[in-house]
Design a protein around this ligand. Structure first.
Ligand code: FES
Length: 346
C-alpha cells in the first residue's frame, strides 16, 4: 500500500543526481523497516501523469534515521527529471514499503570479505550494504569496485571517501573512462578480471553486483570463469538483463482469459487480453496494482498464484524459494488456464 511521506532533505550529488531523504512517521516505522540493499517504490505525479519507479535505498537501517535514495537523471526520464529538478523539501510523495531480495544479512560475529561491483547509480544499494557491514560486522572487510564516466559523475563521492578514511576495512577502486586515473577504462572483462583476481579464490567472499547490464554481464562472466559458487553472487538489475534466463522464453500463444484477483483486501474479476500481462490488465481495468520497473527486475508486482497456471516471460527478481512457494511477477505473467487466481495480498 502506498503511503504519503514527506521529503526531509535533498542533497545534490553530481550535476545529474540527487540524494532524497524521507522522514518516516513513528506509526509507519515498522512497516518501513528494511534490510540493506532493498528498494522503495515511488508513485510520482508529474503534471498529471502518474508513474511508478523503484529506487534502491542508499541509507543504512543501522545508522540512519531517514530513508534515503539516490536518483540519477536519465535522458527523457519523466520521474528522474522531476525528482532531480522539481521536488522540494516539505513535499509529500507516495511511497510503498521497502522490498527486494538483493540483501545482506549482517551478523556481528561474521568475518567475511564483501566485494561490491557497481556502475553509475548502481552504487545506491551497494552503499547501504557497505555502511551496514561496516557498522555491524567489525571483522569483515569490504572492497568496492566502482565504474563511472569521469570524476564529476561519481555519486556519493564525498561520502565514499569519508568511509575510506574512517574504516581501514573499507577500500575503493574507482574506474573512470576519462581523466588521469590509475584505472582508466570501463568495467569490461579485462578490467574486472584483473581487479577481481585477488578475491575469486577466497571462499569467504560474497560478491554484490549492481549497475548497467554490460557491467553485470561482465562481472558475472568473470566470476563464473573462476567457478565462484552461484550462491555467493548477488545481482540487482536496474535495466533488463542482456540475456534471457533459463526459465524464461518466448511467451506461448495466449487467448483471452477471465481471472480472479485479490488486492488490498478486495476481490475482482478481470479480463486479460491475448498477449497482455496480468499487471497490464489490472492497470487497464483501474485496479491500481503495485508495480515499478515492469522488466522483472524489482519484484514490486509480486503476487501469489493461488490457482491455475501462468507463463512468465522472465522471473529474474524472484528467488528460487519464492517460485517454489507459488509467487509470480504479474508484470511478466500471462494466464494459461481459466482458473487463475492471483493474490497480491498473499
Ligand atoms: S514491476 Fe518490477 S518486477 Fe514487475
Amino acid at each position: 500500500m502506498f503511503r504519503s511521506i514527506t521529503v526531509s532533505a535533498i542533497k545534490r550529488l553530481t550535476p545529474q543526481s540527487v540524494a532524497i531523504s524521507f522522514t518516516i512517521p513513528d506509526e509507519l516505522r515498522e512497516e518501513f523497516s528494511y534490510l540493506p540493499g532493498q528498494y522503495i517504490t515511488l508513485k510520482a505525479d508529474v503534471n498529471g501523469q502518474k508513474a511508478n519507479r523503484a529506487y534502491s535505498l542508499c541509507s543504512s537501517p543501522y545508522s540512519e534515521e531517514a530513508l534515503t535514495i539516490g536518483v540519477k537523471q536519465t535522458d527523457n526520464g519523466l520521474v528522474s527529471t522531476y525528482l532531480n529538478n522539481e521536488l522540494s523539501v516539505g513535499d509529500s510523495i507516495e511511497i510503498m514499503k521497502p522490498m527486494g531480495n538483493f540483501i545482506v544479512n549482517a551478523q556481528q560475529d561474521y568475518a567475511r570479505r564483501i566485494v561490491l561491483i557497481g556502475g553509475g547509480s548502481g552504487i545506491t544499494p551497494l552503499l547501504s550494504i557497505a555502511k551496514s557491514i561496516l557498522k555491524k560486522e567489525p571483522q569483515s572487510t569490504i572492497t568496492l569496485i566502482y565504474g563511472n564516466r569521469d570524476v564529476h559523475s561519481i555519486m556519493f563521492h564525498e561520502e565514499l571517501n569519508e568511509l575510506v578514511k574512517r574504516y581501514p576495512a573499507f577500500s575503493m577502486t574507482n574506474v573512470l573512462e576519462e581523466g588521469e586515473v590509475q584505472y582508466k577504462g570501463r568495467l569490461d572483462n579485462a578490467m574486472l578480471s584483473s581487479l577481481l583476481e585477488p578475491f575469486v579464490s577466497d571462499e569467504h567472499a560474497e560478491f554484490y553486483i549492481c549497475g548497467p547490464s554490460p557491467v553485470m554481464a561482465n562481472a558475472e562472466s568473470v566470476l563464473e570463469h573462476h567457478k565462484v559458487a552461484k550462491e555467493r553472487i548477488h545481482r540487482e538489475f536496474f535495466t533488463a538483463p542482456l540475456s534471457v534466463d533459463e526459465e524464461s522464453g518466448i511467451a506461448p500463444e495466449t487467448s483471452e482469459k477471465n481471472i480472479s484477483v485479490k488486492l488490498y483486501g478486495r476481490s475482482f474479476e478481470i479480463t486479460v487480453n491475448p498477449g497482455e500481462t496480468i499487471l497490464d490488465a489490472g492497470i487497464r481495468q483501474q485496479l491500481d496494482p503495485p508495480y515499478a520497473c515492469q522488466i522483472a527486475a524489482c519484484c514490486t508486482c509480486r503476487a501469489k498464484l493461488q490457482s491455475g497456471k501462468v507463463h512468465m516471460d522472465s522471473r529474474e527478481a524472484l528467488t528460487d524459494d519464492e517460485i517454489e512457494e507459488g509467487y509470480i511477477l504479474t508484470c511478466q505473467a500471462h494466464p494459461m488456464t481459466d482458473d487463475v487466481f492471483v493474490d497480491y495480498d498473499g
